[in-house]
Design a protein around this ligand. Sequence first.
Ligand SMILES: N[C@@H](CCC(=O)N[C@@H](CS)C(=O)NCC(=O)O)C(=O)O
Length: 210
Amino acid sequence: MQLYGVSQSPFVRKVRIVLEEKGLPYELASPVPGQHPLGKMPVLGDGGLLIPDSSVICAYLEKKHPRPALYPEAPADLARALFLEEYADTQMAEGMGAIVLERVVKPHMLGQPTDEARLAGLVEAARTRWAGQPASAAGQPVPAVLDYLESQLPPDRGSALERFGIADVALGAHFGWLPFTGLELDAARWPRTARYREALQARPSFKTTE
Ligand SMILES: N[C@@H](CCC(=O)N[C@@H](CS)C(=O)NCC(=O)O)C(=O)O
């Protein structure tokens, strides 16, 4: 299989983590213009097939290579896992993506200068949007994404549901951009989330795809 995309993309990393967890060999290839109907990455090449979109690719891989299972069997658990995947792919990605573009992609990959004013505005906007409210009484913005995750994650295991699966793949992949944003995951404030992130980072599939 060929995975078309760059390793810095959390959506590409989602697929790489699934491939690693399932022990499937693949090669990472440069994106090919026109391959993805929306001009995005990743795209998976498998035989004559070209499959776009990380969520679609992960579901395809599960169907084709069912073991180890990364999607829960029980309908309610499946729904919860898919919602967490969707939450990660939208709420985590949107808040961080534009910041990473200005701070990392433009200066280090495109050879363009960072627009510092835009970056400052984006950081503030992300904080405000994540907060869902402007600021707490103490004047500190509340990152609501982390608050939400804290309310959803268990205190004592490295998976959102009973077994490691697609929700953890997606949440963990999107945590990868956090260090580039300047937004902190304060372990005193979000202990479950911080512990969960550490547990994910210790998995071989996460280490290999860092
Ligand atoms: N829903 C898509 C999102 C993929 C996505 O947004 N990829 C970014 C890279 S991190 C991209 O290709 N952006 C280019 C663009 O939007 O033009 C998926 O899960 O694959």
